[in-house]
Design a binder for this molecule. Structure first.
Ligand SMILES: Cc1cc2nc3c(=O)[nH]c(=O)nc-3n(C[C@H](O)[C@H](O)[C@H](O)COP(=O)(O)OP(=O)(O)OC[C@H]3O[C@@H](n4cnc5c(N)ncnc54)[C@H](O)[C@@H]3O)c2cc1C
Length: 388
């Protein structure tokens, strides 16, 4: 067992740490207040080539992998969970292409994202289907060689700035997930529109959009992998591969919140001494550190496993454990860190109320905490997760 990062991973971690401190941290509160997508931070990520970590080298990325992406996201999320999401969004809509795209689709679309020339979004959720994703109702109907796509997608991260989206829609009528196909949808196509952006509790720097497809004509070259019926599989495998990265957003956020509260506790005095000398406060910090370290190990293990190709259905439990635990740790630690600041923690003069609001998103996106438990329990019952 090897716990040391390799040279490439150390370099990526160091680069992300520097960008996070120099470019992300000073902007984090403002992004939250304005809710405007930070093109300058995207540009900073592009300059240091953090947008192609999960995209193979032959398609313009660095091929550093999911572990490397998790490391970068962890650094950025210490200061700004929304900016961590921007990095994650370099992977979420591109993983279906990496996993199931045709050679020409990979060559056309992946390098644009890796080089920061295009932004993309992942369109699975609909008004009537979230956790039960295979119940989606968007439909693509054949018209000659083309498809005509109709439907509505909800809560799409980065949907307002995307140059293309990967959208999941029904092409069959057999009943079940094999009816679902995936399409690459350029957002400048007639019939594509952003109907609304959401007013949300946190992670405001990356707008979340309601997207409508109205008779969007798509050529056969935009059907993922040129194959009908594989869309749901690629949607699920994509989520599996990125569960540790959502977890990394939680780990980074928790680390940032704890560090901020620790600095505050050293300065703030009560009863004639810094509150950091009160054992009650010290134990809160010890508990935060225990949870962060456990979450970090789960996230690193999960990301490492994905890079080893272990992200199929039978591998999913450990990825779900990492996602569920790390995101719940983010909520608990950001809440406790806020508590350490007392009334100050509740105020927007400090980042902890923002961290707390941002953390809450993590237990919902890319499979809620309950859905992760469904996956874990199933793996136990089906003996995929065993402790012989
Ligand atoms: C800020 C934000 C950004 C998002 N970005 C994207 C995006 O980019 N792309 C995208 O496609 N989607 C996105 N989503 C949507 C997200 O993936 C869904 O919200 C999530 O999958 C849950 O679906 P739902 O909200 O419809 O909840 P529902 O499925 O309606 O679930 C409601 C409640 O029931 C519980 N529940 C449902 N089924 C079960 C079950 N079988 N067992 C136990 N409990 C269950 C859930 O855990 C939840 O508590 C985003 C959401 C948010 C909040």
């Amino acid at each position: 067992m090897q716990f040391e990062l390799n040279e490439e991973q150390k370099l990526i971690q160091g680069t992300a740490r520097r960008i996070a401190k120099e470019r992300v941290a000073p902007r984090a509160a403002e992004l939250d207040e304005t809710g405007e997508y930070p093109h300058d931070i995207f540009e900073a990520f592009r300059e240091v080539e953090l947008l192609g970590l999960t995209i193979p080298e032959q398609y313009g990325g660095s091929g550093a992998g999911v572990f490397a992406l998790a490391l970068a996201v962890e650094e950025v999320a210490k200061y700004c969970c929304a900016s961590g999401l921007m990095l994650l969004l370099s992977a979420l809509p591109t993983q279906p292409l990496v996993l199931g795209g045709s050679e020409s689709q990979k060559r056309t679309w992946l390098s644009q994202v890796a080089k920061g020339e295009a932004k993309a979004a992942y369109c699975l959720t609909e008004p009537n289907s979230g956790s039960d994703a295979s119940a989606l109702q968007s439909r693509a109907v054949r018209d000659g060689d083309d498809y005509i796509l109709n439907g509505e997608k909800m809560f799409i991260s980065g949907g307002t700035v995307a140059d293309f989206v990967v959208a999941f829609a029904k092409t069959g009528d057999r009943g079940g997930p094999s009816d679902i196909s995936a399409f690459i949808v350029p957002t400048d196509r007639p019939g594509f529109s952003v109907a609304r952006t959401d007013r949300k509790m946190g992670v405001r720097g990356v707008p979340t959009a309601n997207i409508v497809f109205e008779d969007v004509r798509l050529g056969p070259e935009l059907l993922l992998g040129g194959e009908e019926g594989s869309g749901f599989k690629h949607a699920m495998l994509t989520l599996n591969t990125l569960r540790p990265v959502v977890g990394a957003r939680g780990v980074g956020l928790a680390e940032g919140a704890m560090t901020y509260a620790l600095d505050y506790a050293r300065q703030r005095e009560a009863f004639g001494k810094p509150i950091s000398e009160l054992q009650a406060i010290q134990f809160m910090f010890a508990d935060m550190a225990i949870q962060i370290e456990a979450a970090r190990l789960l996230v690193y293990q999960g990301a490492w496993r994905v890079d080893q190709g272990k992200y199929q259905r039978e591998d999913a439990a450990l990825l779900s454990i990492a996602k569920a635990y790390a995101t719940e740790v983010a909520v608990k630690v950001s809440s406790d860190a806020l508590q350490v600041l007392g009334a100050q923690g509740y105020m927007m003069d400090h980042p902890l109320e923002r961290h707390y609001r941002d953390a809450r998103q993590l237990m919902i996106v890319e499979g809620t905490s309950q859905i992760q438990r469904v996956v874990i329990a199933r793996a136990l019952l089906e003996r995929e997760l065993v402790y012989p």
